[in-house]
Design a protein around this ligand. Structure first.
Ligand SMILES: Cc1ncc(COP(=O)(O)O)c(C=O)c1O
Length: 388
C-alpha cells in the first residue's frame, strides 16, 4: 500500500498557467473543436519545428490513425520492437496487420537496425520504431532501410518529445508519420491526449476528418464521407497542452537534472551506464551517443542478473519509495502468445531487460533529498555494500 508521503513514480507539473488557460476554455463555452485546440496544434508544431500537427484523444489513437493512414492491414508485416508499451503493437492488431518483432539493442533498448534489416521480407509493409524511454531509435539506419525497400514508417515517439536522432534531427520531425502521447506521467501532459505529425496538408486534413467521425472540414455535422472515429481531444486538454508547451524546455531540463543526479549517485554505488560496464551487472540508462539526445521520460535501471527484482521492489516500498517492473515484453503477454504463438526465448535481449528493469521515482521537481533517499534505499535493497 502506498501512502501520501511516499516518493511517487511520477508527478505532473501543473501550475497557475494551466489553471488560467483551462478556466478560459470553461468560460468560453467552446469545449471541443474550438480555437484552443487549433492553437495547441500550432504551438506544438512550432516547438517541434514542423508545419502542422493533429491532436487526438490519446497516443494510442494517434498510432491507430497512423496505421490506417499507411494502409497497413491484413497480410502486412510491420517490423517493430517487443520491448515497448503494448499500444505500439496493439495498433497493428486493430487493423489485422502483423507485428514482426525483432530484438533490441542491449545499450539503447531500441530496435536493433541489423535485426530489423534481416527481418524485412516479401510480406513487410513497414517499420514502426519506438523511441523507448525517450532515447531516439536508430532512425538514420531504419529510415534508409525503409527507403531501400519502399516501406512506410510510423514512429512511436510517445515517450520522446524533444529527443534528437543520430542525424541531429528532432524526433518526430524527419518527415514520416510520428506520434506523441500526453498521459499524466509523460514529459508534457494533457491528462489524456496524443498527437500525430502528418506528411503535408492533405494528410493533415484526412487525419482531422478521421479523428472526427470521418467528417470533412466543409461538411455538415451529420455528413460522413469516410470511416472515422471519435478520437477528438477536448479544448480543456489542449489548454493544458499549451501551458505545458510554453514551459517544455524547462520541464525537459529539470528532468535531465534529476537523471544526471541519479547517474552520479548510482554510479558511486556500482552502477554503470549501459555500454560502459558489464551488461549483466547493475546497469543504468545509456549516455547520449554522437548527435543523439535523450528526452528523459523515465529513469530505469537493470538490477544485476539473477537478482530478485520483486524483493527489491518490496524493500523499496517498505521505505516509502515507489518503483515498478518496467516494461514487460509485448510478445509474452497472454494475448500475443495466444494470437501469434509466441513462447519465451525468441528475443533474448528484450526478455533479459524486461526481467531486470526497474523504474525509479522520476519527475522534474524531485528534490536532492528525495533523490538521495531513493539511491540510499536502492543501495540497501540491492545489498550494494557487498559488491566492493
Ligand atoms: C511507447 C508508447 N506508445 C504508445 C503509448 C500510448 O499512449 P496513450 O497512453 O496516450 O494511449 C505510450 C503511453 O504510455 C507509450 O509509452
Amino acid at each position: 500500500m502506498s501512502t501520501p508521503d511516499d516518493i511517487p513514480l511520477a508527478k505532473p507539473e501543473i501550475g497557475e498557467r494551466e489553471e488560467e488557460l483551462v478556466l478560459e476554455v470553461l468560460r468560453s463555452g467552446r469545449l471541443s473543436l474550438g480555437p484552443v485546440l487549433e492553437r495547441f496544434e500550432r504551438e506544438f508544431a512550432e516547438w517541434l519545428g514542423v508545419e502542422d500537427t493533429v491532436a487526438v484523444s490519446s497516443g494510442t489513437a494517434a498510432l491507430h490513425l497512423g496505421v490506417r493512414q499507411l494502409g497497413w492491414g491484413e497480410g502486412d508485416e510491420v517490423v517493430t520492437s517487443p520491448f515497448s508499451f503494448v499500444a505500439s503493437a496493439n495498433c497493428l492488431l486493430y487493423e489485422n496487420a502483423t507485428p514482426r518483432f525483432v530484438d533490441v539493442d542491449p545499450v539503447t533498448l531500441n530496435l536493433d537496425p541489423e535485426a530489423a534489416a534481416a527481418a524485412v521480407g516479401a510480406g513487410t509493409a513497414g517499420i514502426l520504431p519506438v523511441d523507448i524511454f525517450g532515447y531516439p531509435a536508430a532512425l538514420p539506419e531504419l529510415c534508409s532501410l525503409a527507403e531501400k525497400h519502399r516501406l512506410g514508417v510510423l514512429e512511436d515517439a510517445c515517450e520522446a518529445p524533444g529527443a534528437v536522432d543520430g542525424d541531429g534531427v528532432e524526433v518526430g520531425a524527419r518527415g514520416h508519420l510520428a506520434t506523441f502521447a500526453f498521459y499524466a506521467n509523460k514529459q508534457l501532459t494533457t491528462g489524456e491526449g496524443g498527437l500525430i505529425v502528418p506528411r503535408g496538408a492533405g494528410e493533415a486534413a484526412e487525419l482531422r476528418s478521421a479523428r472526427n467521425q470521418g467528417r470533412a472540414i466543409d461538411m455538415d455535422w451529420l455528413d460522413h464521407d469516410r470511416l472515422g472515429f471519435n478520437y477528438r481531444m477536448t479544448d480543456f486538454q489542449a489548454a493544458l497542452g499549451i501551458a505545458q508547451v510554453e514551459k517544455a524546455d524547462d520541464l525537459l531540463a529539470a528532468r535531465s537534472r534529476v537523471a544526471a543526479a541519479y547517474t552520479e549517485r548510482l554510479g558511486a554505488i556500482g552502477g554503470a551506464p549501459a555500454g560502459e560496464g558489464d551488461l549483466d551487472g547493475f546497469v543504468l540508462p545509456c549516455a547520449d551517443r554522437g548527435s543523439e539526445r535523450r528526452s528523459w521520460f523515465v529513469y530505469t535501471v537493470r538490477v544485476p542478473k539473477d537478482y530478485d527484482r520483486a524483493a527489491v521492489i518490496a524493500d523499496l516500498a517498505q521505505r516509502g519509495i515507489q518503483s515498478k517492473a518496467y516494461l514487460p515484453c509485448i510478445h509474452l503477454m497472454p494475448h500475443y502468445r495466444e494470437r501469434l504463438g509466441f513462447g519465451g526465448g525468441e528475443f533474448p535481449v528484450a526478455e533479459d531487460v524486461a526481467e531486470r528493469s526497474l523504474a525509479l521515482p522520476f519527475f522534474p521537481r524531485m528534490t536532492d533529498d528525495q533523490i538521495d533517499a531513493v539511491c540510499e534505499g536502492l543501495a540497501e535493497a540491492l545489498g550494494a555494500s557487498d559488491w566492493t
